[in-house]
Ligand binder design. Structure first.
Ligand code: ZN
Length: 122
């Protein structure tokens, strides 16, 4: 039997499909969730075999922008934790960002990139 059961172009896999399959794999290892694994795998297969390429690309675009938004928020939250006891200065010479511990009064900061020294309050 040949696989060219019709000549229409199929969408194939994209990042959204790999994400669906990755989530399905996670659920495959937990108990009583075979239906979730089956559903996600079926949906990924449906998308890969779909001939409505424009529609699938729109879905992928929506998922990518949704994830990008949350990844950005997550990065900001991580930075907030990382720099909570620090003051960030920007080098007036080269624009390099330099972090200094808070509560040290006026300090002389030396840029680690260009060597420029400047004073800053922490
Ligand atoms: Zn500099």
């Amino acid at each position: 039997m040949k696989w060219n059961w019709n000549n229409k172009r199929r969408y194939g896999n994209d990042n959204f499909n790999y994400l669906l399959l990755a989530i399905a794999l996670v659920f495959a290892f937990s108990r009583n969730s075979w239906l979730v694994t089956l559903g996600l795998t079926a949906y990924a297969m449906y998308r890969a075999l779909s001939t409505d390429i424009t529609r699938r690309q729109q879905e992928a675009y929506m998922v990518n922008s949704f994830l990008a938004k949350w990844i950005r928020k997550l990065k900001i939250a991580i930075d907030r934790i990382r720099y909570r006891n620090k003051v960030v200065f920007t080098c007036p010479n080269c624009g390099q960002k330099l972090s200094v511990p808070k509560g040290k009064g006026t300090v002389r900061v030396t840029c680690k990139r260009c060597g420029k020294m400047f004073d800053g309050r922490t």
